[in-house]
Design a protein around this ligand. Structure first.
Ligand code: NAP
Length: 439
């Protein structure tokens, strides 16, 4: 009898864990469960539609999914379809890899106005995430304020200012491409509450902002120091990367304007204090800041920027999973290097918070694979997959298996004309109808 493992969530953290477990444990059966019919989590719904090379990492996840000891069960929602407790009754080990699906709030007045969309929702919308199709953001205004200077903020700014031609090699859904093309956005403001050295974006992403067809990146040269303060403590690597960011920002100031129709303004030392307007957003009030021990502190000087949409890109937030402990303050499942409780483990953003790149999830998976190997030298006699399949059948639930996902994938690819890589299905219903029509 194999050790039975259920992994909840099929994003990078889930797949790296499955990969590590099949390497570490010979006699194992792993079921990767996702509430959506499609695997890969943020690779499909988070990575920007024009960053197709980054999405190629899914090819290695597909290899794991096809491993003889691994099965994918899409369209099964832990909670509504089966409780975590019930899952733990069935499997020796359950690994939570559920990520951080929602948005942190700014916590300032006006956040409930029409035209304020958190990055999880907005990115989900332009990536055809079934949860966010109805967002229908109004892009008819001229100015947008993005709060935050991380990679998600840059992704959002770039997607909003690129032309349809620039997006041809992306899988931006038609409804989003149409809305952006029909929209009137001319100015996107990105607000960092600290300085350019403290900004979280990485250099490749920043450099892209200097190579846009009809958009110029703008930054006030007065906020750019000659170099990173030698007294600031950081690794040599980080220092090099920060210096590179400064050089890139400086290059924006040196480029001659060429009548670009759109502008992205990098505004530093500005912290949002209120979203202005009636029912709808009309502007953002910010306080100028200065740094004290690396933290932004207000100077008491305020300014307003008229805008029609406010997009806080200030980090994602995990949600509690019923049946698992949750640390509200840190927004994670409390754990000791991935161990939560006997038989329950956590990896990825639900384990350590919403930071790091795709590969940061790999060591999480390796650690948990090691723990499961140690904690289960032998199976405990739970039914595992057989019990899960019985339960699904009893409840009349309709899982989507990996071969079915491959059919969805092939149909999406076939529906797109080169150089566009795919036309995504946008609803679960459409995917299930497509599968039924084929069978
Ligand atoms: P992030 O890197 O943590 O950036 C969040 C930004 O929001 C920071 O500039 C932060 O400023 C700011 N912020 C937080 N709270 C704020 C507040 N109350 N008021 C004003 N500003 C506030 O998060 P992210 O951009 O969501 O990215 C999440 C992770 O995914 C990151 O590790 C990122 O690198 C990764 N990612 C990578 C890529 C890529 O590689 N291309 C693409 C997307 C995402 P402070 O620094 O002052 O807190």
């Amino acid at each position: 009898m194999p050790i039975s493992v259920a992994i909840v969530g099929s994003g990078p953290a889930g797949f790296y864990t499955a990969e590590a477990i099949v390497k570490a444990i010979e006699d194992v059966e792993i079921d990767i469960i996702d509430r959506l019919p499609t695997p890969y989590g943020l690779i499909r719904f988070g990575v920007a539609p024009d960053h197709q090379t980054t999405k190629k990492v899914a090819q290695s996840y597909a290899k794991t999914a096809k491993h003889e000891n691994v099965r994918f069960f899409g369209n099964i929602d832990i909670g509504p379809d089966i409780s975590l407790d019930a899952l733990r009754e069935m499997y020796d080990a359950v690994v939570l890899a559920v990520g951080a699906p929602t948005d942190r709030k700014l916590g300032i007045p006006g956040e409930d106005k029409i035209g304020v969309y958190g990055s999880a929702a907005f990115v989900g919308w332009y990536n055809a995430h079934p949860d966010f199709l109805d967002l229908n953001p109004d892009l008819s205004g001229k100015a947008v304020a993005v709060v935050g200077v991380g990679n998600v903020a840059i992704d959002i700014a770039r997607v909003l200012v690129k032309t349809r031609t620039e997006m041809l090699t992306s899988d931006l859904p038609d409804y989003a491409a149409d809305a952006i093309e029909a929209g009137s956005i001319e100015d996107v403001y990105m607000f960092g509450r600290r300085g350019p050295v403290e900004a979280k974006f990485t250099n490749v992403e920043l450099r892209e902002m200097g190579n846009l067809e009809i958009c110029r990146s703008v930054v006030d040269p007065a906020v750019l120091p000659d170099g990173v303060d030698p007294d600031l403590e950081m690794s040599d690597r980080d220092r090099r990367l920060k210096e590179r960011n400064l050089a890139t920002l400086r290059s924006f100031t040196e480029k001659e304007p060429a009548d670009e129709q759109r502008r992205v303004h990098f505004v530093f030392y500005a912290s949002p204090v209120e979203i202005l307007g009636g029912d709808k957003v009309e502007g953002l009030r910010l306080e100028r800041t200065r740094l004290e021990d690396g933290r932004a502190v207000g100077t008491g000087e305020f300014f307003d920027v008229p805008c029609d949409m406010v997009l806080p890109a200030i980090g994602y937030l995990s949600l509690p999973v019923e049946g698992a402990p949750f640390d509200e303050r840190q927004g994670i499942v409390p754990n000791d290097d991935g161990r939560v409780e006997p038989g329950l483990y956590a990896v990825g953003w639900i384990k350590r918070g919403p930071t790091g790149v795709i590969a940061t999830n790999r060591p999480d998976g390796v650690a948990v694979a090691g723990h499961i190997g140690e904690d289960f030298p032998a199976p405990s006699g739970k039914p595992g997959r057989a019990g899960f399949l019985d339960y699904l059948a009893q409840q009349g639930l309709r899982p989507v298996n990996f071969a079915e996902w491959e059919r969805i994938d092939a149909a999406e690819t076939a529906a797109a004309e080169a150089p566009t890589p795919r036309r995504k299905f946008t609803t679960t219903e459409d995917m299930l109808t497509f599968l039924e029509a084929q069978s």
